[in-house]
Design a protein around this ligand. Structure first.
Ligand code: ADP
Ligand code: MG
Length: 695
């Protein structure tokens, strides 16, 4: 038996148990040992029976005097009753629905019983407590200690998994210690093996805390060491030096119809400085919805064009490509910049070079040729740009908008394409700087943490189902005033359309039918979802932008970046189905101009946690706070995307472990240049990277 052996080789783990374990990813002995408890029951306090107190989790050690099973007719179950005594007194114990207890214990046995005693007229009683027979040379597993509790699915019991893990731990007495002494000694960290043992079976709270500290440190240290190594590897890479055309940029800023916020100016300045350098910029631009990232991107792209370099602005959806293309043409239209849009359905070139403005449609081949011969300055496109055969003459800057919306494979290609150019990734997922440093350790970060002045607060309400009619009246009134509304649904089609007989109302098609036929037959209602043909999607979005549609029923495709300043109502159906950060994105679709805007949430869910989440959303406008709440509820993977960052590997460490993060960072920075001196550590990083990249 070794780390890689199957769990089915363990004593008492047959094929059935192995199959159940497989369901939560446990196949080998190693998997088992790295399946950590999610909490502990503290039964470490052993008290004399006479000293029992109501409601306190404790263990008693005693001898079984009587043991008998009875069928309880009232409760329709088997009840095992026992009397347990020690020198100080005796206590009653009952087990409900566990007839097998009579096979495992008998009168005369010495046992530990752990649980919370209750007092009734006859004195104290333990109901269905944990129990363990005391044998010579025995250390308790389920009682009389800090007892680990694991997340389980059907087919395996806590008792079983504890027993299996205890056996498994016996199979690797020597785990090589890969953390250099120079790091572990000053921080007095446990060895890896000590930590593994104590995380499952801690002798007390202190060893538990210490083992968690070591394991968390490992995760944080490896994450940051990897980032540090990546950063070092990049130092030798070269990107074009794009010099800062200060006068032209100042003029551009002066001509904008608004004044840039301070945060926008700082971010733009940081970016323009960074792309002057030989080392490729690798930067994250994080700013809440509506904070004005596009104009910052436009400045960088314009600056590149002024230097004769080409730029790419890559977006996750056709809709967004269309919109960015329109706004960049507007922003840069008088600047002699040649702007292309390249998606599956749109291939156009906007040219104002010769002083005259022209917009021409081209074939795919023609446009590709223009990229390759340098006859475009910047191109806005979807991942169609990533397909093979797209070549550029003088690529200098790649910007990715809403990068979290790209798939893993796509992100990898983008990253590779971006190796020898400057790279900027924009996200509206608000992320505090300290956390960003950890997650995107090898990226530099610019944060736009303020909204343009004059933005009105968006009023958000969780609307009771009974008040739905009034919400519709409200929408009608808004439209009468000239505004427009979004209705977001979690699904495209309801179950009825899929022929399942039951009607799931909260789908785009069902809601569209209802709103257009019954509720607002006199208004212009349309719909949008990801499965429509790109041309149709574009047409709908264009009509909505032109004000030719009053109400747009849509799936989450409108989440991303769409800008319709005249829209003032965002109504969200099935709101419990969306994460807080995503709801915040929806809400960010309105309130983009002077009109007071509203976000109306609907849910049919009775769940208290769903309600709590939505109420939190209703009362919080700040994207950072929402992101933190989301983090708390759904974990970092869901909120920030795990795959590229290796956040998945943070199984124990929390983003709030600030001090440990700092210590791990310091250790990683110190050790990275000396990594060759530590072959075991290097091996560990590689092994870990291998796992991360396999996702
Ligand atoms: P996001 O950061 O969500 O991508 P956008 O770049 O789409 O935000 O900007 C949202 C809206 O705010 C756009 O209509 C844009 O023209 C406008 N805008 C950007 N910066 C400012 C500013 N400093 N003052 C006023 N309006 C601005
Ligand atoms: Mg945007």
């Amino acid at each position: 038996m070794n780390w890689n052996s199957s769990v089915s080789g363990l004593w008492k783990a047959g094929p059935r148990t192995a199959k159940s374990l497989k369901k939560f990813g446990i196949g080998s002995i190693r998997d088992l040992v790295y399946y950590f408890p999610f909490r502990y029951e503290d039964y470490s306090q052993i008290v004399p029976i006479a000293g029992l107190q109501e409601g306190q989790a404790v263990t008693v050690r005693g001898k079984i005097e009587l043991l008998a099973a009875k069928r309880s007719f009232r409760r329709r179950m088997v009840v095992v009753e026992a009397l347990l005594s020690d020198q100080s007194g005796s206590v009653r114990v009952v087990w409900f629905n566990q007839p097998y207890v009579t096979k495992l214990l008998e009168a005369g046995d010495e046992v530990f019983v752990s649980g919370v005693p209750r007092r009734d007229m006859l004195g104290f009683q333990f109901a269905s407590p944990q129990y363990e027979k005391i044998k010579p040379d025995f250390s308790p597993t389920h009682t009389a200690r800090l007892v680990p509790i694991y997340h389980l699915t059907a087919g395996v019991t806590e008792k079983q998994i504890r027993g299996l893990i205890k056996q498994a731990l016996g199979f690797f007495p020597s785990v090589p210690e890969w953390l250099p002494e120079e790091i572990s000694a000053p921080l007095s960290l446990f060895t890896h093996l000590e930590a593994l043992q104590h995380v499952h079976f801690p002798t007390d709270q202190k060893t538990l805390a210490e083992s968690l500290r070591r394991l968390k440190f490992e995760e944080l240290f490896l994450l940051q060491l990897r980032a540090e190594l990546a950063r070092m590897a990049k130092v030798s890479l070269r990107a074009p030096e794009i010099s800062f055309q200060e006068a032209a940029i100042k003029e551009f800023v002066a001509e904008l119809p608004f004044a840039l916020t301070k945060a926008q100016k700082v971010a733009a300045w940081e970016i323009l400085q960074a792309i002057q350098k030989k080392a490729p910029m690798n930067r994250l631009l994080s700013g809440d919805v509506g904070s004005g990232k596009t104009v910052v991107a436009a400045m960088a792209l314009y600056n590149a064009a002024l230097n004769g370099f080409q730029g790419i602005l890559m977006v996750p959806t056709e809709i967004l490509a269309t919109q960015h293309y329109a706004s960049l043409c507007k922003l840069l239209g008088s600047k002699g910049v040649r702007i292309a849009v390249y998606t599956r359905s749109q291939r156009k070139l906007f040219n104002s070079r010769s002083g005259e403005v022209s917009e021409t449609e081209y074939s795919k081949a023609q446009l590709l040729k223009f990229f390759a011969t340098g006859e475009t300055d910047l191109v806005i496109g979807t991942h169609a740009l990533l397909t093979e055969g797209v070549e550029f003459k003088q690529l200098g800057l790649v910007i990715v908008d809403e990068q979290h919306r790209f798939g893993v494979a796509q992100r990898r290609v983008i990253k590779e394409k971006g190796e020898r150019v400057h790279f900027l990734s924009m996200t509206a997922t608000p992320i505090p700087r300290s956390l960003a440093l950890l997650i995107y350790g090898d990226l530099d970060i610019s944060i736009i943490n303020e909204l343009p002045v004059g933005r009105k607060k968006i009023l958000s309400r969780l609307v009771e189902p009974a008040k739905r009619e009034r919400a519709y009246e409200f929408i009608r009134a808004q439209i009468k005033q000239g505004r427009q509304a979004f209705v977001v649904c979690p699904l495209i089609e309801g179950a009825a359309d899929a022929g399942l007989g039951t009607v799931d109302k909260k789908s785009v098609l069902n809601e569209y039918a209802k709103l257009s036929e019954k509720i607002f037959p006199d208004l212009r209602v349309s719909y949008l979802h990801g499965k429509l043909k790109p041309d149709d999607k574009e047409a709908v979005m264009r009509d909505f932008a032109k004000g030719q549609i009053d109400i747009l029923v849509s799936t989450s495709v409108v989440e991303v970046g769409v800008d319709i300043p005249n829209a003032s109502v965002m109504m969200i159906e099935g709101a419990e189905r969306f994460g807080l950060a995503q709801l915040h994105q929806f809400r960010g679709r309105v309130g983009r101009s002077v009109h007071q805007s509203y976000c109306l949430l609907f849910t049919d869910s009775d769940s208290a946690t769903a309600k709590e989440r939505l109420v939190f959303f209703e009362t919080h406008q700040d994207g950072f706070q929402l992101a933190e709440k989301d983090l708390e509820i759904r974990g970092p993977g869901e909120v920030y995307g795990t795959t590229q960052s290796g956040l998945m590997e943070l199984r124990l460490a929390k983003l709030t472990d600030r001090e440990l993060i700092r210590q791990a960072k310091e250790a990683a920075t110190n050790v990275a240049p000396l990594i060759k001196k530590y072959p075991l550590l290097l091996k560990k990083v590689k092994e870990w990277e291998g796992r991360v990249h396999l996702e």
